[in-house]
Design a binder for this molecule. Structure first.
Ligand SMILES: CC(C)(COP(=O)(O)OP(=O)(O)OC[C@H]1O[C@@H](n2cnc3c(N)ncnc32)[C@H](O)[C@@H]1OP(=O)(O)O)[C@@H](O)C(=O)NCCC(=O)NCCS
Length: 198
């Protein structure tokens, strides 16, 4: 049997969704503010969440974000490979339960997905798309090193309304440059100091 991919970060285990996660998934995905920002309908029942786990959430490279200290899945993240994308490009997707907003957990998970995408899967670039009013998601993309690329207007969401969507990108080169800049001993230009002559 093929071994499941499991990715460890300081506070999280990313692993495939399991049907036994349906109750936790329902608890967090039934919150209207979560679905609305991302443009998808709230989960209406535990059974519906179980169905999502069997279908949408069983896609390759889609992970439950399990909090190490409780063992509970509290959000979802993944790399999506859509038709029309170059085979060596993917799009990152993510959401997390409202009680866990603002703890930097999504940036932590996205960093791990970028490492997997570039170092293990050999991707050339990863996209991140978010509706223009989604300031929280924009901050995630900025903190993870994505750069604004273009805006698509009038995109129909799964809720049936239309919104404008910013699309940002991180290339393998950008990712490597960030790694170099954050390596121990790296000196950023703005940190450089002039030494006295004597
Ligand atoms: C967008 C989202 C994934 C961010 O995840 P996160 O783990 O909270 O990310 P961060 O902790 O880095 O916070 C990101 C920003 O959210 C905002 N924020 C933080 N805590 C917040 C709170 N309790 N309430 C509202 N906004 C908050 C801040 O602007 C923060 O940016 P900052 O670090 O510059 O202050 C999360 O808010 C979410 O799941 N939202 C609903 C679904 C969604 O929009 N998914 C993305 C679709 S593209």
């Amino acid at each position: 049997m093929k071994k499941e991919t499991e990715i460890e970060t300081p506070r999280l285990i990313l692993r495939p969704w399991r049907e036994a996660d349906a109750e936790s998934l329902y608890k967090y995905a039934s919150e209207p503010e979560v679905g609305h920002s991302a443009g998808w309908p709230v989960h209406a029942s535990v059974e519906e969440s179980a169905e999502y786990i069997r279908t949408v959430f069983s896609a390759p490279e889609t992970y439950a974000m399990v909090l190490k200290h409780t063992g509970e899945p509290v959000g979802s993240c993944g790399l999506m490979f859509r038709d029309g994308y170059d085979a060596r490009e993917a799009e990152v997707g993510y959401w997390i339960g409202k009680p866990y907003w603002g703890l930097g957990l999504i940036p932590e998970a996205v960093d791990a997905l970028l490492a997997r995408g570039f170092d293990v899967l050999g991707l050339d670039a990863v996209w991140c798309g978010f509706y223009v009013e989604n300031h929280k998601s924009r901050r995630v993309s900025e903190k993870c090193g994505f750069r604004y690329h273009h805006t698509v207007e009038n995109v129909e969401t799964m809720l049936g309304d239309r919104r404008n969507e910013h699309r940002s990108l991180i290339t393998r080169e950008d990712y490597r440059a960030r790694q170099m800049a954050s390596a121990p001993g790296a000196l950023l230009a703005e940190d450089a100091v002039e030494f006295p002559a004597h």
